[in-house]
Design a protein around this ligand. Structure first.
Ligand SMILES: *Cc1c(COP(=O)(O)O)cnc(C)c1O
Length: 421
C-alpha cells in the first residue's frame, strides 16, 4: 500500500518557520485513534490494559496522551520510573520489566508499588533483600528456550536471548513468593520484535495461557494476568501487510476461550506492553536537504543523521521516505539519502527510488515515532533534535527543544576550559 505522510508540505513549512529542522513530529490524532482501536480490539477482556513501553518514546507529553487513553506504562530503568511518576502514573499503572536490575531501580519500583516483572529466578531473593519485603503481586518473565515459530516461520531464537526464566524456575519463584505472602501472579514473555502480520500475539498468547494453566496446577498460585508484552510490528515497507488489531484481538480471544476458560481461569486479565505498534507510524523525522553530490552514485545530504534515527545504520532497517510536496511525482531518480556523520553507515536509504530532489526540499522519514528519537546519541558532537507534537486541532507544540552546544558540554568538568558558542 502507498504510504502517505500525516502532514503536508505547507504544514511542515509553517512548523519550520518556528522550529528549525531536523525534528521528530508526532501525530496526536493518529496516536489516540490507534490506542482506541487497540482498546476496542481487547474490549472482550474486562481487565485488559496496554502498558506503553516507555523506551520507545520517552516524552512526558506523549505518555500523557496515552494515559488519557487509559494506558499504563512499562519501564525498565530508574529514569523511566521517574518519568512515569512525573506523568502521574502510580502503583499498578506501572509495569517494571527490567533486566540486569540495579538495586536502586528495584527499590524505586517497589516504592512506587509498580508491578514488578522479575527477569530471573535469582531476582526473587534480590527483591526481598533490596526492598525488605515483597509486593502483593509479582510477575515473572518466561523464556521458553528453543526457537519460536509462528506458522511455519522461525521468528526468533529464545534459547539465545538473555531474558526470562525457565518454566521450572517460574514455578519455584511462585511457590517461594507465596510463602512470603504474595497473593497474585502474572506471567510475561517477549519473544520477537517487529512481528508483521496478525499471527504473533495469538501464538504467544496460546503459549502463555497453557503455561498459566500448568503453573496454576503445579503451584496453586492465583494467576491474575498474562502480559503479552510488545513485539507487534508495523508496516515499515509499503508492500508489507498492516497489522489488523481487531483480528488480532479476536484471535487472542479464541485462544483464551479454548485454553483459559475451560481451566476455570476466565478472570485472567490480558496486558500488553506495546511500543512500536503504539507510536512508530505516528512519528516522522522531518529533515531538509542541505546538499546533493554526484560521484559514483548520487547522494542527498540531510540536516538529520543517524544520531536522530539509528535504526537504518544499526539494523539496515527500512524507513519509507516521502519528499514533501512531491507525493505524486514519478519515482524516477535513484539516491542514497545520508546524514553527515563521519561514518559510512549513516544512510537513511540506499539506492532508493524517489522523485527528483532539490536542495531545500523537506523529507518526511516515516515510522520514526518509536525507537526513533529515543535511540538518539551524540556521536560526532551531533546535537539531539527537537520533538514536536502535531496536535489534534492542527496546531503544533514543541515538546522537547533541540539540544544546544551548552547541553553537550554540560556534563564535562569544565575547569580550565571555556566553551564559546
Ligand atoms: C522493548 C520492549 C517492549 C516493546 O517492544 P515493541 O517491539 O516496541 O513493541 C515491551 N516490553 C519490554 C520488556 C521491552 O523491552
Amino acid at each position: 500500500m502507498k504510504k502517505t505522510p500525516f502532514v503536508t508540505l505547507e504544514q511542515v513549512q509553517a512548523i519550520a518557520r518556528d522550529i528549525p529542522t531536523p525534528f521528530h513530529l508526532y501525530d496526536e490524532a493518529g496516536i489516540r485513534q490507534n490506542a482506541r482501536a487497540l482498546r476496542d480490539a481487547f474490549a472482550w477482556n474486562p481487565g485488559f490494559r496496554e502498558y506503553f513501553a516507555v523506551k520507545a518514546t520517552p516524552n512526558p507529553h506523549i505518555l500523557s496522551i496515552l494515559k488519557e487513553e487509559g494506558c499504563g506504562c512499562d519501564c525498565a530503568t530508574y529514569t523511566e520510573l521517574l518519568l512515569a511518576k512525573a506523568c502521574g502514573f502510580a502503583g499498578k499503572d506501572i509495569m517494571f520489566s527490567s533486566n540486569v536490575t540495579p538495586e536502586a531501580d528495584m527499590r524505586k519500583a517497589f516504592e512506587l508499588n509498580a508491578y514488578i516483572n522479575l527477569d530471573d529466578a535469582s531476582h526473587a531473593e534480590f527483591l526481598l533483600q533490596t526492598c525488605g519485603g515483597v509486593p502483593e503481586s509479582i510477575c515473572c518473565r518466561y523464556n521458553p528456550g528453543g526457537s519460536f515459530s509462528c506458522g511455519n516461520t522461525i521468528m526468533d531464537m529464545p534459547r539465545d536471548a538473555k531474558y526470562g526464566m525457565t518454566e521450572d524456575q517460574m514455578a519455584g519463584v511462585f511457590s517461594r513468593m507465596m510463602t512470603l505472602g504474595v497473593r497474585e501472579f502474572g506471567i510475561h514473555a517477549l519473544l520477537v520484535s517487529n512481528a508483521v502480520g496478525n499471527e504473533y500475539y495469538p501464538e504467544v498468547a496460546a503459549k502463555l495461557f497453557h503455561l498459566a494453566v500448568r503453573l496454576r496446577n503445579a503451584t496453586g498460585a492465583k494467576i491474575s494476568f498474562v502480559n503479552l508484552s510488545g513485539g507487534v510490528g508495523v508496516d515499515y515497507r509499503p508492500e508489507q501487510p498492516k497489522c489488523d488489531i481487531h483480528a488480532v484481538g479476536d484471535a487472542v480471544r479464541q485462544k483464551y476461550e479454548q485454553i483459559l476458560v475451560p481451566a476455570g481461569m476466565g478472570d485472567v486479565a490480558i496486558y500488553t506492553e506495546l511500543g512500536r505498534f503504539m507510536l512508530a507510524p505516528y512519528g516522522h523525522l522531518i529533515a531538509k536537504v542541505l546538499h546533493q553530490k554526484h560521484i559514483y552514485k548520487t547522494y542527498i545530504g540531510l540536516d538529520a543523521c543517524a544520531a536522530d534515527l539509528m535504526r537504518p545504520a544499526i539494523y539496515g532497517a527500512y524507513h519509507h521516505i516521502t519528499v514533501l510536496g512531491k507525493e505524486d511525482a514519478l519515482l524516477d531518480h535513484v539516491y542514497d539519502v545520508t546524514g553527515g556523520l563521519c561514518e559510512n553507515n549513516d544512510k537513511f536509504a540506499i539506492d532508493r527510488s524517489l522523485p527528483g530532489i532539490e536542495i531545500g526540499d523537506y523529507l518526511a522519514i516515516h515510522d520514526t515515532g518509536a525507537h526513533g528519537h529515543s535511540m538518539g546519541y551524540n556521536y560526532n558532537g551531533k546535537l539531539r533534535s527537537a520533538e514536536v507534537l502535531l496536535c489534534a486541532d492542527g496546531s503544533h507544540r514543541l515538546i522537547r527543544r533541540a539540544e544546544t552546544p551548552r547541553d553537550y558540554f554540560s556534563t564535562l568538568d569544565c575547569t580550565g576550559f571555556r566553551f564559546e558558542d
